[in-house]
Design a protein around this ligand. Sequence first.
Ligand code: GDP
Ligand code: K
Ligand code: MG
Length: 290
Amino acid sequence: MKSGFVNIFGKPNAGKSTLLNGLLGEKLAIVSSKVQTTRHRIKGFLTKPDEYQIIFSDTPGIIEPKYKLHQKMMGAVKSALEDADVGILLVDVKDNLEECNELFTSLRLKVPCIVLLNKIDLAEKEQVDNAKAFFDAQPYCKTTLGVSALNQKIFSTLLKAIVDLLPEGLPFYSEEELTDLPVKFFMGELIREKIYQLFGDEIPYHSAVLVNAFKEKNTLVKIQADIIVQRETQKVILIGEGGKMIKKIGTLARQDMEKFLEQKVFLELFVKVRAKWRDNDAQLKEYGYN
Ligand code: GDP
Ligand code: K
Ligand code: MG
C-alpha cells in the first residue's frame, strides 16, 4: 500500500482549488476568478483501500506578503512545503513560463514533483507542447502532464503518475474520512466564496467570515455567521439596497451548504465592522487564521 502527502503549489489563479475539488469529486475548496481566494491549507483524502491513500493539500497562491493575513497565508504554504512527499506544481499553461520556473525553483522542493499544465482547454496544442518541453528540462520536474482541472477525464493518468511517486506506507486516516477540517470551516468558506463571486474591488479582500453557531435540529441545520469587513462603507455595500445583496449571498451560500450537508439549512447572516482586522493577531486568530 502507498500513502503520503501530495501538495499543490502555484501562482494565484492557476486552478489549484479547482484541481483539488476535481480530484476528490467534492467541493472542499472555494473557487473564484479572483486571486487570493484561498487563505488556508485545505486537505482532502483520496483512498483506494489496500492500494493507496493520497492526502492532497490545496494551498494559497504564492504572493509577497503585505498584511499579517498574507503572512498567515504564506505560513500555510510553508507547512505544505515541509511535509510534501510529492509536489504538484500547477501552471496556467498560458502564464509566463520563466516566471513560473523561477517560483518553482525558489520553493527548493527536495521531493519528486509533477508539473501540471492546467487550462489546456483554452490553449493551442503547440503552446502545450512548448510548455511541456520547457518544464521537462527543469531539474525539479519528474514528469509534465497537461490537464484541465475542470475536466476529470484525464485524472486517471495523473493519479497513476502520483501513485508511482508515493512512498510505501500505511493510511493516515480511515477510509471514510474526506478531510481533517470541521464542517463549520467549510460553511464559512462557502459564504466567503459568494463574496468573491458577487463583489468587485476591495470588498472580498477586506472580508472574513465567522461561523458562530451550527446546530442540527431534527432534519434542519441552523447556521449563524458574521461577515466581518473593515469599514462602515463596505458594510453598506455588502448589505445592499433594502438588504438585496446580503439576501443574495445568503441564498447562494445556503444552496451550496445544503448540497454539502445533504440537509436543509437555515442560514442567518450579520455584517460587522472591525477596522484593520487583517493586521490584528487576536482577530486573525478568532477568524481562523492561525
Ligand atoms: P487557484 O487560485 O489556483 O486556487 O485557482 P481557482 O481554482 O480558484 O481557479 C481560478 C479560475 O480559473 C476560476 O475561475 C476557475 O474556474 C478557472 N479554472 C481553473 N481550472 C481551469 C481549467 O482547467 N480550464 C478553465 N478554462 N478554467 C479553469
Ligand atoms: K482564485
Ligand atoms: Mg485557490
